[in-house]
Design a binder for this molecule. Structure first.
Ligand code: GLC
Length: 545
């Protein structure tokens, strides 16, 4: 099973996000590394149903970096951080992935570099350095204050004053992450060259970090205040990001970036984007001038108006309907339930102690939708946020907004003191002994077994891997839809978000339960177009021909 370049492979792929520091340590320094990932590839896909069946892996940044934002501050886009390995290890990882039919995506951070990147060191060295204009420098206002009112995503002003040259530079995130000036064509050319570097080495694509911020309003005007903001709300929401987020010029740049992907067959661009369904859809471009192949939809995690999206049928239905209505027909949505920036699903939905049950239903929701799903490492065993004592906290963003350490703790492979992750002291503390992979591995009722079976079933049922979505419906308790591909039986998906049993109406009369959150329902015959679901349960039903 070798991954040959094949356009469109990502349409049927199930993807897996690895936070490299936390997946598998191979040298006992307590930090995960590429060698460790190589050792665990069979867990992801060894070609048999004993493995998860993952088709593509996305690695959060692996490049040299001072780690002010754990790799999202890149100091060299064309190398590997020594904590993770070397270019040689990366080449082997690419080869070992491809040998198993797994594609490898890296994380491209185009909006900003590290303040230690040689480009920035040159840029800040003097006002007339040839690279001065590679970043966004402006004079102070007459009273010495920053050039405009923009706030950093992590809180505080988005500008830092440089004493030596008497100007401010812009940073949408930490002051150690100065924003590149994408209006300078040399910057764009240099950044596009870094994509080619990795494509030449065989990388199959990139997740693209905060792509919606790479171009700002050229005049950098103040953002207006957000009338809905109340003291106590997160500071970054105090203004409307009109001039520095999803600014219209971004969408043209995305199309130029796409053309570099198209120079190499079978490569995929997946953008980290934020906004309304229509804004997300805009990142895909048009059939004639395509943008990203895929743009993340995080609305199951958070959406405007909800810091945490509630697990409620009408809300889920609206999110699905909006994505179906807006993403252009030549592509498809791209959902995730978790990532390295947000509280984990089990924790978000554990207010009544039943987060783990909801996670089982969520797996069947995610894998039952028309989309390219992304699973975050540990999601498949139900890892929860871990409380990190103050002296062990690491995330630099914790000072001004919520720290992200709890959702980044090491993968729990077993219940040994090092959890199978390390022989040393882990860079972040472990969670409780359970959950872990070893305890779930042979247990047919475990969440891990549910993920494995659902992923392989999805591959075996063409309606799920590539079918259209239709008959989205349900009621206050249930959300239901069906998928259908040519020459294959339709498959219905039904999710009960309520803590009571519920009866779901299916868009066909008779079928068989292919998989369910409660294994005793598997294989049950369905007649009369109705499916009885247990509290918080979900199931896939294959229509009888
Ligand atoms: C993205 C990343 C996040 C990072 C930020 C700045 O949102 O997912 O982890 O801190 O960009 O690069």
């Amino acid at each position: 099973m070798v991954a040959a370049p094949q356009d469109g492979w990502w349409r049927e792929a199930v993807c897996y996000q690895i936070y490299p520091r936390s997946f598998q340590d191979s040298n006992g320094d307590g930090i995960g590394d590429l060698e460790g990932i190589i050792r665990r590839l069979d867990y992801l896909n060894d070609g048999t149903h004993r493995s998860l069946g993952i088709d593509a892996v996305w690695l959060s940044p692996t490049f040299p970096s001072p780690m002010a934002d754990f790799g999202y501050d890149v100091s060299d886009y064309c190398d590997v951080h020594p904590d993770f390995g070397s270019l040689e290890t990366m080449d082997r990882l690419i080869a070992e992935c491809h040998r198993r039919g797994i594609r490898l995506l890296l994380d491209w951070v185009p909006n900003h570099t590290s303040d230690r990147h040689p480009w920035f060191l040159e840029s800040r060295s003097s006002r007339n350095n040839p690279r001065r204009d590679w970043y966004i420098w402006r004079d102070p206002k007459p009273d010495g204050s920053p050039p405009n009112n923009w706030r950093s995503v992590f809180g505080g002003p988005a500008w830092t004053f440089d004493e030596a040259t008497g100007q401010y530079y812009l940073h949408s995130f930490l002051k150690e992450q100065p924003d590149l000036n994408w209006r300078n064509p040399d910057v764009e050319a240099a950044m596009l060259q870094t994509l080619r570097f990795w494509f030449e080495r065989g990388v199959d694509g990139f997740r693209i970090d905060v792509i919606g911020r790479i171009l700002k309003h050229p005049d950098l005007p103040d953002n207006p205040p957000n009338p809905a903001w109340r003291p106590g709300d997160r500071e970054r929401f105090s203004q409307l990001w009109i001039h520095n987020h999803n600014y219209p010029d971004v969408f043209d740049a995305v199309k130029r970036i796409r053309r570099v992907f198209d120079e190499y067959p079978g490569r995929v661009a997946v953008g980290e984007v934020f906004g309304s369904p229509a804004e997300i859809a805009r990142f895909y471009g048009t059939a004639e001038a395509p943008g990203l192949h895929l743009a993340f939809n995080f609305h199951f995690i958070h959406e405007e108006g909800h810091v945490v999206t509630p697990w409620e049928a009408p809300v889920l239905r609206r999110i699905i309907a909006n994505a179906e209505a807006t993403v252009p027909p030549f592509s498809q949505p791209c959902f995730a339930l978790n990532n390295h920036d947000r509280s984990r699903f089990v924790t978000r939905h554990n207010y009544d102690g039943r987060g783990y049950e909801r996670a089982r239903a969520a797996a069947l929701l995610l894998l039952g939708l028309r989309n390219t799903p992304f699973i975050y490492y540990g999601e498949e065993i139900g890892m929860a946020d871990v409380d990190i004592p103050p002296e062990r906290q690491q995330d630099p963003a914790r000072f001004r907004s919520i720290g992200r350490d709890p959702e980044r703790t090491p993968m729990q492979w077993d219940s040994t003191p090092g959890r199978g992750f390390t022989t040393g002291e882990p860079w972040l503390p472990f969670g409780p002994l359970s959950p872990n992979v070893a305890e779930q591995d042979g247990d047919p009722d475990s969440l891990l077994s549910l993920y494995r079976r659902a992923i392989w079933l999805r591959k075996e049922l063409p309606s799920l891997s590539r079918g259209a979505l239709f008959a989205l419906g349900g009621d206050d308790r249930t959300v239901t839809w069906a998928r259908s591909a040519a020459n294959a039986p339709a498959v219905a998906v039904a999710v009960n978000t309520s803590a009571e049993p519920a009866s779901a109406a299916l868009p066909f009369d008779a079928g068989r339960v292919a998989i369910s959150t409660d294994r005793s329902h598997d294989d049950a015959r369905v007649r009369g177009g109705r499916l009885e679901l247990p509290p918080l349960g979900a199931a896939w039903v294959v229509a009888s021909l």
